[in-house]
Ligand binder design. Structure first.
Ligand SMILES: *Cc1c(COP(=O)(O)O)cnc(C)c1O
Length: 639
């Protein structure tokens, strides 16, 4: 398209199209210069980082894309916002308990992430949650604050419980949450054997049924948790053992990414009622743990779609604090300390994947000579007539082209059309389709069948990353993640495309894109310029996506770049650390390959060719070195 289309385009249009502020939660926006702008510290909204400058610096340091960029200040900001919102609401509501939240490390177990969260959470006694033995071992080493909670969920064996008892010996507030009755039967003798008084939590299987992808976390058939009858049996058993004073916490978790605030209110009132009734029965509970589930507005629609939420963090916290207070006041029991296990909401914003587009696959792009030849088949001449038949109604022209192409395919199968004739027909067919598309008046009524032209003509931009490694949930559960060019946003994007990854899996593409307030099958991007890299960012990958990646096609972990903001630095940021991605060698070794053996075997074959005289000795050495260099190198494409 031509330049004159650009006259009215502004960054406001780009904002409207990609919805950066809608999903950006105050951290992301588009700068005056058309680059993505980040304000990572919620206390210093005027200190901003130009994302293109970060990427330029990464590349200048010789780091190969794709890379995960972590904004540690965003992580700290999210910890502060959640804790302070609870503190302020508790004060306003004259609520008598405290807020002592925990971060569930399964959402992002990266050591640097956990360390940053612990550090930012120190003033609030913010703790950690573990759901497995290795996670427990990690939280034991990293949560040393005697005032902060360590909550232990998930199924447990004797080693898990024994480690938790060790935690009690270290004076930590480690709470073993009982998921099934049999865990209690295992715990009681262990506590006696080591002479340690455990802190016990009870996980309730809630009656409220959450909606969305994680609805299986609640309701009668939930995998985790105790029914009311089981809870009462446990209370009885603890009483018999003279251990009822160990029961400190009531826990529930009705699912992740709760999109509808009404379900949260319902769960809070059910949980608070259960807490109150248990306290009235003499169970000395001190904490009510409402689990995770605080959602993220991935698609920027503020709605109840699976990738959004219809409430703010303020509203969530208000509903929890006021909801629990109301029930407790009615039931005349003390207000419990409140615990929440928000994971997604703490980490999602802080990291993103930056990568480059390495190519374009266009259905209509082949440049092939279509000039007429003597004695060519009538199907070829028919198609040529349609190429110039601009006077035809677009629908008729489209139908004729499609049926002509179908006949040509049949004719080819019978050996009637030659390869060059097929190539011409194909080239002309796509040319007709793009002509029809270009002439369509976008604002007028479009005939249904022509609507699919948009999809048929969309390009695929090949993106240097693996969906399975970096955006597992987009593939597994249809999660929408924002993907936006990190610069050129002052320019109108002219190419409709979908984003495909470099795995050789046809599932390896993004299929849902944010386009304004709608979700689209493809997305407008800018034309690729020769000799200029086109960088895109996939955002909100800090929760689950960062750590769930798999080894499909043996693309391993990405290089990581840790960015801190600092207003004394040029560009208000500095790169604190670069963690190299997994090398080809390392990835192969996890699949049990012996890469020394591989290198030796390849070298032997090369040497054999050298002895035979088919390779010069110098060349042989060069090839051997090259193979070894590739083993040590990155698994992604070098551009
Ligand atoms: C996964 C999980 C969480 C975290 O949920 P988010 O939706 O990420 O906040 C919290 N608690 C338990 C028990 C979980 O299983």
């Amino acid at each position: 398209m031509t330049e004159h289309n650009d006259y009215s385009w502004s960054i406001d249009d780009a904002e409207e199209l990609y919805g950066v502020k809608r999903w950006g939660a105050g951290y992301f926006s588009i700068g005056e210069n058309g680059n993505i702008k980040i304000a990572p510290n919620h206390r210093l909204p005027d200190v901003t980082i130009d994302m293109k400058e970060v990427v330029d610096e990464i590349i200048a340091e010789g780091i190969q894309l794709p890379a995960v960029i972590r904004f540690h200040d965003i992580l700290r900001s999210q910890v502060e916002i959640l804790n302070e919102t609870f503190q302020q609401t508790i004060e306003q509501a004259d609520y008598q308990g405290k807020y002592t939240g925990v971060f569930p490390i399964k959402v992002n177990q990266m050591r640097e992430v956990v360390e940053e969260i612990i550090d930012a959470g120190e003033p609030y006694n913010y703790g950690l949650e573990a759901g497995s033995k290795p996670e427990l071992m990690a939280v034991m080493a990293y949560n040393e604050n005697p005032e902060a909670l360590t909550i232990l969920n998930g199924y447990k064996d004797e080693d898990y419980l024994t480690l938790a008892l060790l935690g009690r010996n270290l004076q930590r507030k480690m709470i073993i949450v009982i998921e099934k009755y049999s865990e209690l039967e295992m715990l009681i003798p262990l506590a006696r054997k080591y002479n340690v008084e455990p802190m016990i939590g009870l996980r309730s299987k809630m009656m409220v049924k959450s909606t969305g992808k994680w609805s299986g976390s609640s309701g009668d058939r939930a995998k985790f948790g105790l029914s009311i009858a089981e809870i009462l049996n446990i209370v009885e058993r603890l009483r018999q053992e003279d251990m009822l004073h160990c029961a400190k916490l009531l826990h529930f978790h009705i699912g992740s990414q709760l999109s509808d605030i009404r379900k949260i209110k319902e769960a809070v009132s059910e949980g608070a009622r259960l807490y109150a009734k248990l306290v009235q029965m003499g169970v000395p509970l001190e904490y009510l743990d409402i689990g995770g589930g605080l959602g993220i507005d991935y698609d920027g629609t503020s709605s109840t779609t699976d990738s959004s939420r219809n409430y703010s963090t303020d509203e969530y916290v208000a509903d929890v604090v006021w909801g629990v207070k109301q029930v407790c006041d009615l039931e005349k029991v003390p207000h419990p300390n409140l615990v929440s296990e928000s994971g997604r909401a703490i980490t999602a914003h802080h990291s993103c994947v930056v990568t480059n587009i390495v190519g374009e696959v266009k259905p209509s792009s082949v440049d092939y000579d279509i000039s007429p030849e003597d004695g060519e088949h009538i199907l070829v001449s028919n198609m040529r007539e349609l190429v110039s038949a601009e006077e035809l109604h677009p629908q008729e022209r489209y139908n004729d082209a499609a049926s002509n192409k179908a006949s040509a395919y049949e004719a080819f199968k019978f050996g009637i059309l030659s390869l060059p004739e097929m190539a011409k027909i194909d080239t002309m067919y796509w040319q007709i389709l793009s002509d029809i598309h270009a002439d369509l008046d976008k604002d007028s009524y479009i005939i249904q069948e022509l609507e699919e032209l948009e999809d048929m003509l969309a390009s695929q931009y090949l993106c240097n990353f693996s969906i399975f490694q970096s955006a597992a949930d987009t593939w597994a559960i249809g999660q929408v993640l924002p993907i936006v060019p990190i610069s050129r946003l002052e320019e109108q994007p002219q190419v409709r495309c979908s984003i495909a990854d470099i795995t050789c899996d046809s599932d390896g593409k993004l299929s849902k894109y944010i386009e304004g307030t709608e979700i689209s099958d493809n997305i407008p991007m800018h034309t690729l310029k020769k000799g200029e890299e086109y960088h895109v960012g996939m955002f909100l990958t800090g929760a689950y996506q960062d750590v769930m990646g798999d080894m499909h096609n043996l693309f391993g972990r990405l290089t990581e770049v840790h960015v801190y903001c600092h207003d004394d630095e040029p560009g208000d940021f500095y790169i604190e650390e670069v963690v190299p991605g997994t090398s080809a060698e390392k990835v192969l070794e996890t699949m049990q390959y012996n890469t020394d053996f591989m290198a030796k075997t390849v070298k032997k074959s090369i040497d054999r060719q050298v002895r035979k005289g088919s390779l010069a000795p110098r060349e042989g050495v060069r090839w051997t070195d090259f193979y070894e260099k590739c083993l040590a190198g990155s698994t992604y494409l070098k551009v």
